[in-house]
Design a protein around this ligand. Structure first.
Ligand code: ATP
Ligand code: BTN
Length: 320
C-alpha cells in the first residue's frame, strides 16, 4: 500500500514549483519532520528533488500524474486498474488472468520488482515512465502466440508515432529503440494449459522521463521521451498505447503475425548490419537479414547460408 500522504505530497509537488516544508506540513496535516522523511523516501523511489533554503522543495521538472479520469478520456469497454505501486504490473495481471477479459489492463506509477526477460530487472522509478500490462485470451492456444512480442513492438512504435515520436526502431525480439538506445521493452508472459486457450499478459515499459538519480542503475544505453514534448503527457501516451493494442490484438488473433511483418522490417534496428547472436555461452557472428513470416530472426552466416532462429534464450547485439 502506497501511503496517502506520499500521494498527496507528489500531487502537491507535481507543478514543478517551490513548496515550503512548513506549508506542505500544514496542508497535509503532518509535522515538518514527517514531510522531510517522506521526501527522502520519494527520492529513493526516483523523484529528482531540489531543496533550497528559504524556498523549500521543488521537483527538477513538472510531472504528469496518471489519473483514472484522464485515462478514460477515450472510452474502452475493458476494465483498467491503476495503482501507485505494485511489484510488477505483469504479476498483477497474471494473478487476475482466470477472470480477466480481453483488453483488461493495469498501470502503475512505480514497480518494486519490475521485470524484463529471463529474470532481469526493469528499472521502474516512480511517476516517471509507463508500466503497463495488457490481458488477452487467445482461444487458438499457445502455439498461435508465437511472434506476438514482434507484433506488439510494431503496435507500440505505431502508438508512439501517432503522437509524433520519430526515429524509433525495433530490436529482435522485444526491444524498442530511440536514436539507437533502448526506450522500451516488451515482456509477454503466458498462463494456461497446453492444448487450451492461453492467457497472455503483455507487459510494456516505456521510458518517458528518466530521473537523473536512477539512470545509473541501467547497465546499457537507454533513451526516454523527454526531449519530444515539453512535459510528456503519460495519460495521453497510455491511451494511445491501449487503443493501438486493442486493434493490434484483434488483428493478431485473426491473422497472426502476417500483417505485422513488413511493418516490423521497416523499423529493423539491425537490418543488414553485422551482429552477434548470444546463445547461452555460445556466440554466432553474422549479418542480420530481418525476420521471416513466423518472426524468426534471419542471420546470414560467414559460410553464405542463412539460418533461422526462434526467440527464447537468444540475445542479439551489434558488432560494429
Ligand atoms: P535481450 O532481450 O536481447 O537479451 P536486453 O539486454 O535489453 O536484450 P532484456 O531482458 O530485454 O535484455 O531487458 C532487460 C534489460 O534492460 C536490463 O538488463 C537492463 O539492461 C535494461 N533496462 C532495465 N530497465 C530499463 C529501463 N527502464 N530502460 C531501458 N533499459 C532498461
Ligand atoms: C525487456 O526489455 O526485457 C522487457 C521489459 C518489460 C517491462 C515491463 S514494465 C510493465 C511490465 N511489468 C513488468 O514487470 N515488466 C513489464
Amino acid at each position: 500500500m502506497f501511503p496517502v500522504i506520499r500521494q498527496q505530497l507528489i500531487a502537491a509537488l507535481s507543478d514543478g514549483q517551490f513548496h515550503s516544508g512548513a506549508l506542505l506540513a500544514e496542508q497535509l496535516g503532518v509535522s515538518r519532520a514527517a514531510i522531510h522523511n517522506h521526501i527522502e523516501s520519494l527520492e529513493e523511489m526516483g523523484l529528482d528533488l531540489y531543496r533550497v533554503k528559504g524556498k523549500g522543495y521543488r521537483l527538477s521538472r513538472p510531472l504528469s500524474l496518471l489519473t483514472p479520469e484522464a485515462l478514460a478520456a477515450e472510452a474502452r469497454p475493458a476494465p483498467l486498474h491503476l495503482f501507485w505501486q505494485v511489484e510488477s504490473t505483469n504479476g498483477y495481471m497474471l494473478e487476475r488472468a482466470k477472470r480477466a477479459v480481453n483488453g483488461e489492463a493495469c498501470l502503475a506509477e512505480m514497480q518494486t520488482s519490475g521485470r524484463g526477460r529471463r529474470g532481469r530487472t526493469w528499472v521502474s522509478p516512480i511517476a516517471s515512465h509507463l508500466y503497463l500490462s495488457y490481458f488477452w485470451r487467445l482461444d487458438q492456444g499457445l502455439a498461435a502466440a508465437a511472434g506476438l512480442s514482434l507484433a506488439v513492438g510494431v503496435v507500440l512504435c505505431e502508438a508512439l508515432e501517432s503522437l509524433g515520436v520519430e526515429g524509433l526502431s525495433l530490436k529482435w525480439p522485444n526491444d524498442i529503440y530511440l536514436g539507437g538506445k533502448k526506450l522500451a521493452g516488451i515482456l509477454v508472459e503466458v498462463s494456461g494449459q497446453q492444448g487450451e486457450a492461453c492467457e497472455l499478459v503483455i507487459g510494456c515499459g516505456v521510458n518517458v522521463s528518466m530521473p537523473e538519480s536512477i539512470a545509473n542503475r541501467i547497465d546499457q544505453p537507454w533513451a526516454d521521451l523527454s526531449g519530444e514534448w515539453e512535459i510528456p503527457d503519460r495519460n495521453q501516451l497510455a491511451r494511445a498505447i491501449l487503443t493501438h493494442l486493442d486493434q493490434g490484438l484483434l488483428a493478431f488473433e485473426q491473422e497472426g503475425l502476417a500483417p505485422f511483418v513488413e511493418r516490423w522490417q521497416q523499423r529493423d534496428q539491425f537490418a543488414n548490419r553485422p551482429v552477434k547472436l548470444l546463445l547461452g555461452s555460445q556466440t554466432l557472428e553474422g549479418v542480420a537479414r530481418g525476420i521471416d513470416q513466423q518472426g524468426h530472426l534471419l542471420l546470414a552466416l560467414p559460410d553464405g547460408t542463412v539460418k533461422r532462429f526462434a526467440g527464447g534464450e537468444l540475445s542479439l547485439r551489434a558488432r560494429d
